[in-house]
Design a protein around this ligand. Structure first.
Ligand SMILES: Nc1ncnc2c1ncn2[C@@H]1O[C@H](COP(=O)(O)OP(=O)(O)OP(=O)(O)O)[C@@H](O)[C@H]1O
Length: 605
């Protein structure tokens, strides 16, 4: 029999008085088929029992010596978590929303993710935490932990971190200061970035050794000590009101400035366009009309630059090549306008030729370029507006409680659709050159489409610096190849599987993460299942697909370009995961490309 059978039975006997786990009984002696249990080589490797009203101690689980993933979220377990100390194989431990007490489980040094939030843990966070070098997640919020956060914590992979709602004090270590204030809030006297500055130590040395004296974001729920007299509290309240007024006034000023800038910007373009019109430089051609510097590509409702400029515009974001806006035209047509800024466009002719090539590409997984504008001062690209957000937003947006996770099948569909879009671009001897999660957009019909392709030849040397998607052999972002596209696509797949951002521009806490390298090291140590995004944990039945997609991603991110598969092969491999075409779309509807003879593009190199 399975050595884990008896420990699981005794765990059930002590924790499941209402027999919720009725399937766990001696008639089925193979626990690997029980609810919540998964096995690896006939030993329990994963136990996920969430929201089941289970109670008692978890002590019987200490016999499951091959356990890698344990999730007992939202139950009523109690007792110490330190009893799990001998489970050295544990990688993911989720025990939030229970009644666990006692100390932090300092012995579990090889954990990847630890969530102990909403329990009653007490004592200090041990300084030995600095040795937990694999740690990605550390959620300790809403406990009774006290003392200082160890100053030597420097966990380069740490991704999710929260110690709010505890009794912690002292200075926040600099290595954690990139996390938001909410990760530290509601502790009686934590200070330092991202919270308020600590008071100068020298003045307060007599009081406590370097300990903070400013109550930073003190909890309105936690009782204050008697020494908190009314006066400082009033002063704080006044400060609070002043800060609030400051924020409101700041917002209004920023809003005003943005409006002014937009106004100036559009006015400048309006003048430029009028100038161009007067000069009458542009001529009509058979397949497009040139007017006001605007050039319309095939099959597009024509509008004047003036109409575009007076359209109500909303900034979508700022990217490597400039800013993107959503503009609503007079008849309600919504378009996305990208104003190219940090670009090095040779001349008008070169730009036009490029746009003509890009404008002919029509595919249901590619965002169509509809028009462009070239004036002395400005270059705009007008494309279809994708109303259903970017893959980046769906994957990373609003992470935290209340978020609807991006489900596995949807991720797979997006991967398949994006792969087909890139393969289509490659088929026309072009390079995408900027594959990343913000450039995979979802259209009104739910089709994933790749955007922003073929522009890398206009990049400047610095355009793609610190872009975690860039292939290692690419030293100049302008000289990308189809093989470097495959690498970037592989990074995108890893991002989709792990939920981790490949880069954090600006040196945030994720800056050091080289996703492909990290994934390879984890897989080499046979911890494959642990790399997956927490939000994918409930898709137990799809684990094989995830592992297979991870293998595709690893192949795409091979260091040697010639070892990477082609994009059309990647499409095939993704489709084969389920044996059906994922994310099919009617290519005929949006495909003018077959009739085209797109010239060999420079970018293919
Ligand atoms: N056609 C579009 N429809 C809807 N949203 C878009 C469209 N094009 C871009 N966006 C969104 O606008 C934002 C800014 O886009 P932009 O392309 O300027 O920057 P980026 O994708 O972050 O970087 P890069 O310039 O390197 O591509 C992104 O969030 C992107 O998803």
């Amino acid at each position: 029999t399975n050595p884990d059978f008896h420990p699981l039975m005794s765990f059930k006997a002590s924790s499941d008085p209402s027999d919720t786990l009725s399937q766990w009984n001696s008639t089925t002696s193979n626990p690997c088929t029980w609810y919540g249990v998964s096995c690896l080589r006939n030993r329990v490797s994963r136990l996920v029992l969430e929201d089941l009203n289970l109670t008692g101690s978890i002590h019987p689980l200490t016999s499951l010596t091959q356990l890698r993933i344990l999730s007992l979220k939202r139950n009523r377990f109690n007792g110490p978590v330190t009893s799990l100390a001998n489970l050295t194989t544990l990688r993911l431990l989720f025990l939030s929303h229970n009644n666990f007490s006692g100390h932090f489980p300092a012995a579990l040094t090889s954990l990847y993710r630890l969530n102990l939030s909403h329990n009653s843990l007490s004592g200090e966070i041990p300084a030995t935490l600095s040795r937990w070098t694999h740690l990605l997640t550390l959620q300790l919020d809403s406990n009774r932990l006290q003392g200082r956060i160890p100053s030597n914590i420097n966990l380069s992979h740490l991704h999710d971190f929260n110690v709010s709602n505890n009794l912690l004090s002292g200075q926040i270590p600099e290595s954690l200061s990139a996390f938001p204030g909410s990760a530290f809030s509601n502790n009686p006297s934590l200070c330092g970035a991202p919270l308020r500055e600590c008071k100068a130590k020298s003045k307060n040395k007599s009081k406590s050794k370097g300990e903070a004296v400013i109550p930073a974001l003190a909890s309105p729920l936690k009782p204050r000590s008697d020494s908190d007299s009314g006066r400082p509290r009033r002063r704080e309240r006044i400060m609070g009101v002043l800060v609030l007024i400051g924020i409101v006034v700041g917002d209004v000023v920023v809003l005003g400035l943005v409006s002014l800038l937009l106004y100036c910007y559009f006015w400048r373009n309006y003048s430029a366009a009028a100038e161009l019109r007067k000069e009458g430089k542009e001529r009509r051609r058979s397949w497009k009309m040139v007017d006001d510097g605007m050039v319309f590509l095939e099959g597009v409702r024509r509008f004047e630059l003036e109409e575009l400029l007076r359209a109500s515009a909303e900034m979508l974001g700022k990217g490597a090549f400039g800013s993107a806006y959503k503009a609503v035209l007079d008849d309600g047509t919504v378009v996305a306008v990208k104003r190219l800024k940090e670009v090095s466009v040779g001349g008008k002719r070169e730009f036009q030729q490029r746009m003509e090539v890009l404008g002919r590409l029509r595919h249901c997984n590619v965002v169509s370029l509809r028009a462009y504008c070239f004036t002395k001062d400005d270059k705009f690209l007008v494309s279809d507006y994708m109303c259903n957000a970017s893959f980046s937003f769906l994957l990373h947006g609003n992470r935290g409680p209340g978020r609807t996770p991006l489900e596995w099948t949807m991720r797979l569909k997006i991967a398949a659709g994006a792969a087909r879009g890139v393969a289509f671009i490659h088929k026309h001897k072009l390079t995408h050159g900027n594959i990343k999660a913000t450039n995979v957009l979802i259209d009104v019909a739910g089709n994933p489409r790749v955007a922003d392709f073929g522009l890398s030849i206009f990049a400047t040397a610095s355009t793609f610096r610190s872009n975690g998607y860039l292939a290692p052999e690419v030293s100049d972002g302008r000289k990308q190849t189809q093989m470097s596209d495959v690498y970037s696509f592989g990074v995108l797949l890893i991002e989709m599987l792990t939920g981790k951002c490949p880069s954090a521009v600006g040196g945030g806490h994720e800056a050091a993460v080289d996703l492909p390298r990290w994934v390879r090291s984890v897989v080499r140590e046979e911890w494959t299942a642990e790399v997956f995004d927490l939000e994918l944990m409930s898709y137990k039945d799809n684990e094989e697909e995830m592992v297979a997609l991870l293998q595709i991603a690893i192949a795409c991110t091979a260091t040697e370009p010639h070892q990477r598969p082609t994009m059309s092969h990647v499409v095939k491999m993704i489709e084969e995961l389920r044996g059906v075409q994922m994310s099919p779309c009617d290519e005929g509807l949006d495909s003018l490309s077959e009739s085209l003879s797109v010239p060999e593009a420079r970018a293919t190199q």
